[in-house]
Design a protein around this ligand. Structure first.
Ligand SMILES: [Zn+2]
Length: 311
């Protein structure tokens, strides 16, 4: 049987707006009351850019993502989506304040095939934050998720570096959102409390340069404003970095083929960003990109991630 690990999924509402929706019943619309940019892009195999410089379109993207968190971000919906697509394990990446490690751990206890990372609680003093992260590892956190935009923290802030050192020193993976995207519409009270520039790839490149031995997974293969995949790959080649992994979330077949070429077949992992994007379109793109080589397919869908997660 085919084994699949989704290395990039979320549970519940990762925005500040609705907070805990994980244990609530999935919300079901009778009809789709919003333009679903993610669904439309999935249908065409992500062959067009997700992020475009158009405010109306970007607002539609934010609306769709928030609606998806309600509809598909709950536990019940996640479990049936995983079953439908045959996902063996999914890695839940918590982001405070909407979804923290305790929620993620509770889910793992109920469904051991939904593994989890943890995330720093920046409201704690730095020593407490570090202590908590170490405790999270003992309790089952498989890695660290960072999201400087949603947490509104500069990637150069020493607290981020302290958090990374906890995981990096133990050989556990660190992933961070990459991509300069707005997460709130201009009329949201949260808009001014986030800085999308914090998603710029060059910050992550600075981290990797500082910590070349740490295992880094720059999310979305560096971002999707255009050109990030090449930028990341050039940096990896120039510096000879050995510990940079990439994942396939919201990438189409061509991008995935290119990713395998640039980073090598041992460094590419399946990722979806469910519930923003459903499993089936992303899976279809990976299956297409790797259909000529069953061993490569197994590496991308399972083995590369299984190694990092010590499964
Ligand atoms: Zn994500």
């Amino acid at each position: 049987m085919r084994r699949i690990i989704d290395t990039h999924m979320h549970m519940g509402d990762i925005y500040h707006e609705n907070l805990n929706v994980v244990f609530k019943k999935p919300f079901q619309y009778d009809y789709r009351p919003y333009p679903d940019v993610f669904e439309d892009l999935g249908e065409i195999g992500y062959s067009k850019p997700l992020v475009v410089p158009d405010e109306k379109r970007h607002n539609q993207l934010i609306d769709a993502a928030q609606n998806h968190d309600w509809e598909r971000g709950g536990l019940q919906a996640a479990i049936s989506a995983m079953e439908y697509s045959g996902i063996t394990y999914a890695v839940n990446l918590p982001i405070l304040p909407g979804h923290g490690f305790e929620d993620a751990l509770a889910i793992t206890k109920l469904y051991p095939n939904i593994l989890c990372f943890t995330c720093p609680d920046f409201e704690l003093p730095v020593e407490e934050m570090v202590k908590k992260l170490k405790k999270d590892i003992v309790r089952g956190a498989k890695g660290l998720k960072l999201h400087p935009i949603i947490n509104n923290i500069s990637p150069r802030d020493e607290r981020l570096h302290a958090a990374m050192e906890v995981f990096g020193d133990l050989g556990l993976p660190i992933t961070s959102h990459c991509g300069i995207n707005d997460y709130y519409k201009k009329d949201s009270p949260h808009f001014k409390k986030t800085n999308k520039e914090y998603g710029a790839l060059y910050y992550v490149l600075e981290w990797i340069e500082k910590y070349p031995d740490f295992i880094f997974i720059p999310a979305h293969c560096g971002g999707f404003s255009g050109g990030e995949m090449d930028e990341l790959s050039n940096a990896v080649k120039t510096h000879g970095w050995k510990n940079v992994y990439v994942e396939t979330s919201m990438r189409g077949r061509e991008d995935i083929e290119k990713m395998i070429d640039l980073f090598g077949e041992d460094k590419v992992m399946f990722g979806t960003d469910n519930p923003s994007t459903p499993y089936y379109y992303s899976l279809e793109c990976v299956l297409e990109a790797t259909k000529h080589d069953p061993e490569l397919q197994e590496k991308v869908l399972y083995r590369n991630a299984a190694k990092l997660l010590y499964l």
